[in-house]
Ligand binder design. Structure first.
Ligand SMILES: C[S@@+](CC[C@H](N)C(=O)[O-])C[C@H]1O[C@@H](n2cnc3c(N)ncnc32)[C@H](O)[C@@H]1O
Length: 206
């Protein structure tokens, strides 16, 4: 049997140009003031979705070859960077150091050491939209490596106490852009921002 390489998987993902339905669903929660970060952006399908809605976008990936058509777009900032070395993209020497985003979108990518920095890099009111493969996926398809599969409740743990969780799912998805066992989260950094008498954060339209 022919071995499937990471380049093969990347090429398969680059053929998908529509945004994930999960990202498209929650994109309207994002304010248009600051930029949206598309982390491990691949072909940039999610950044492109936000650019079409009038947002600015920062796209980061270790391979940005598929983004050449965006280099002249003044609303798009492209960063070529390997996020899994000793230099964190959010660390003192990283290209995202000190940056704040109105949204951070991560789809089909998991590198757990970045988790705390993702929440820190959200501006007040910023939205985290995260979707990637989870345990159980190994029975059907790649990825099968546990390092690339979320465990039960892992995205909830990332957000709990720091973000308002507005949506969460974990299960097998058959009718979606890339079928598999996925975990998906949408959460807003507004626990500290309240105009309500009871101190509860704002209610968002779902
Ligand atoms: C499965 S693709 C997902 C692309 C995009 N998020 C999407 O949903 O269309 C995973 C992406 O992660 C990127 N990636 C993997 N390891 C990386 C690393 N160490 N640093 C930066 N990007 C990385 C790959 O280059 C690839 O574009």
């Amino acid at each position: 049997m022919q071995k499937i390489t990471t380049d093969d998987v990347r090429a398969k993902h680059l053929r998908i140009t529509e945004p994930s339905p999960w990202v498209a669903r929650f994109a309207p929660l994002v304010a248009t003031n600051g930029p949206v970060l598309d982390l491990a952006c691949g072909g940039g399908r999610h950044a492109r979705h936000f650019l079409q809605q009038g947002h600015k976008a920062v796209l980061i990936d270790r391979n940005t070859d598929a983004l050449s058509d965006l280099t002249e777009n003044s609303a798009a900032e492209i960063i070529t960077f390997d996020m899994e070395t000793d230099t964190s993209p959010f660390g003192a020497d990283g290209p995202l150091h000190g940056r704040q985003f109105d949204a951070i979108v991560v789809v089909n990518y998991l590198y757990r050491p970045l988790f705390p920095a993702l929440v820190d890099a959200l501006a007040p009111g910023g939205v985290l939209i995260y979707e990637t493969f989870a345990r159980g996926n190994e029975e059907f398809a790649r990825p099968r490596n546990p390092d690339h599969l979320l465990i039960s409740g892992e995205l909830l743990d990332l957000a709990t106490g720091r973000l308002q969780i507005v949506a969460y799912e974990h299960g097998r998805l058959e009718v979606t852009d890339i079928p598999g066992v996925k975990q998906r989260l949408c959460a807003v950094k507004d626990l500290e921002i309240s105009t309500r008498d009871d101190g509860e954060p704002a209610v968002h339209c779902l």
